[in-house]
Ligand binder design. Structure first.
Ligand SMILES: [Zn+2]
Length: 224
């Protein structure tokens, strides 16, 4: 039986070019997940004797015991393993890792190296309501990341964790109003459940002709 193995996956091997005859035996040109290309005996592939290149086989964790590999593994865990520590604010909120990254560490690694990865930086999502994919990710230091987390403030209320943007949509209150209420130290219940004031009340907080602000009414509504 001579099955065509093109594009098939055997362990870390992907068959690029099947059925190449060398000295009377059939080989396949294969690509290992790490990027190594090699001719592998066809019967070794189908019998499961060969599943990865020598480099991957000889290194613990398949050569992936690096900081970047941990970042990749942890990213996937918190998005897809309900037992992971922060699953509720990632996978549980619909945050996912794109297929290209999830399925292949090398693709993620190449993106990382081409986009300014260094050992002191962490992966940061530009829009924290969206997932891990090239256009929404960047490498950021702690300061930048905290800043982004603050502007994407995650809030848990009634056992539900959403970003402030998502809460605003859910509660039909503008993001500006919600942020302002929280900034002013309102507790979450009050910030979420107090009806939004109308325009006349908003006018109470506006600037007086003498340039000073009228006494604060605690409420701010946006002009939408
Ligand atoms: Zn390899």
């Amino acid at each position: 039986m001579n099955k065509n193995l093109a594009n098939m996956i055997f362990g870390k091997w992907t068959v690029i070019e099947p059925d190449i005859k060398i000295n009377g035996r059939l080989y396949c040109l294969c690509l290992c997940e790490c990027g190594t290309e090699k001719f592998i005996c066809k019967s070794s592939l189908t019998s499961g004797r060969s599943t990865q290149c020598h480099k991957c086989a000889s290194t613990r964790h398949g050569g992936h015991n690096t900081r970047l590999y941990s970042i990749w593994r942890n990213m996937k865990q918190r998005c897809s393993n309900p037992k992971a520590s922060k699953y509720n604010i990632y996978g549980g909120r619909g945050i996912a890792v794109c297929y290209e990254w999830k399925s292949n560490f090398e693709v993620f690694k190449n993106w990382a190296l081409q986009n300014g990865y260094s050992e002191s930086l962490s992966i940061d999502r530009i829009d924290s309501d969206k997932g891990y994919y090239p256009e929404n990710c960047r490498w950021a230091d702690c300061f930048e990341q905290n800043n982004n987390l603050r502007s994407n403030h995650l809030i848990t209320y009634n056992n539900k964790t959403l970003s402030i943007n998502q809460w605003a949509r859910e509660l039909k209150i503008s993001k500006k109003t919600l942020s302002e209420r929280i900034r002013r130290g309102w507790n979450i219940q009050r910030a979420f459940e107090t009806p939004v004031l109308n325009m006349e009340e908003f006018n109470d907080t506006q600037r007086l002709p003498n340039g000073r602000y009228k006494k604060n009414t605690e409420h701010v509504e946006t002009r939408t």
